[in-house]
Design a protein around this ligand. Structure first.
Ligand SMILES: C[S@@+](CC[C@H](N)C(=O)[O-])C[C@H]1O[C@@H](n2cnc3c(N)ncnc32)[C@H](O)[C@@H]1O
Length: 254
């Protein structure tokens, strides 16, 4: 089984996603609305929506056609339950990001590092091709992603978190420089000494490389930002926000 079929479980939901504040999600949704140039009637896809924090917030703000696609049954279950509780109409779809169901979207976004999950470059390209096919001509794609440039130089390769319930999480990151991948090993130890080992591997891209992949998928990079507020990207930024626009059909669909 691939890591991404296992990793996004109850442990992930509890210790990675639920600690994210609503304020952070609100700021991200402000940026999503701005950079995707969407309005309340736009058809929007939250690609790899997870627990649905962005989809839910968009629906709360009156966006009527919000779709969220994700592979994880656990996270989608949580999303659907939250939408039901708040009486929000969101179309949650269980599926793979490489295979977006046929529809034409005005805007697609992929947030909080949900790209670079596949071992083969062609599979990661297939995600962008699927986005390119699913966008209306001129539609925008917003990718929130940790560029490789921001991972250069001295960086901390171990993290340690202690949660309110007494659980601790140890996170080790091993950078395979030549292969442009970071192997992440994660160990949870609960206060009852229950141990859970898990992990994930990300294929990291350089900006120029990503621009080429987007181009192949029929999209041009319109702007890159080093922050949600739109600061220009610098070598010190750990993440990039890429605003791309569909200008052609992906190469693969010709
Ligand atoms: C880092 S989380 C981001 C979640 C969400 N976008 C957010 O900002 O909170 C990555 C998400 O990608 C989903 N995922 C992993 N592999 C996938 C795949 N092959 N196809 C679709 N979704 C996938 C996971 O289930 C998880 O919800």
């Amino acid at each position: 089984m691939a890591w991404y079929e296992n990793f996004f479980d109850d442990w992930y939901l509890k210790y990675w996603i639920q600690p994210i504040t609503q304020q952070r999600t609100n700021n991200e949704v402000d940026a999503i609305i701005d950079y995707l140039k969407i309005n309340n009637d736009s058809n929007i896809l939250d690609l790899c929506c997870g627990q649905g924090r962005h989809s839910l917030e968009l629906a709360r703000r009156g966006f009527k056609n919000v779709n969220g696609l994700d592979l994880s049954e656990t996270l989608l279950g949580f999303s659907k339950e939250s939408a039901k509780k708040e009486n929000l109409a969101i179309n949650f779809i269980q599926g793979d990001m490489r295979d977006i169901p046929a529809s034409l979207y005005d805007g697609i976004f992929n947030f909080y590092t949900a790209f670079g999950y596949f071992e083969k470059d062609e599979e990661n390209q297939a995600v962008l091709d699927a986005v390119g096919r699913a966008l209306k001509p001129g539609g925008y794609f917003l990718l929130d992603y940790p560029l490789l440039e921001g991972r250069m130089g001295p960086w901390q390769n171990q993290e340690f978190f202690e949660y309110e319930d007494g659980t601790v999480m140890l996170h080790e990151m091993i950078h395979n420089v030549f292969d442009q991948e970071i192997v992440n090993k994660v160990l949870y130890i609960t206060k009852d000494n229950l141990r859970h080992r898990t992990g994930f591997t990300l294929r990291h891209y350089y900006g120029r490389e990503l621009r080429k992949c987007l181009r192949k998928a029929g999209m041009e990079v319109v702007a890159t930002f080093g922050s949600l507020e739109g600061n220009p990207l610098t070598a010190r930024d750990r993440r990039v926000l890429i605003q791309a626009r569909k200008i052609a059909e992906p190469d693969s669909s010709k």
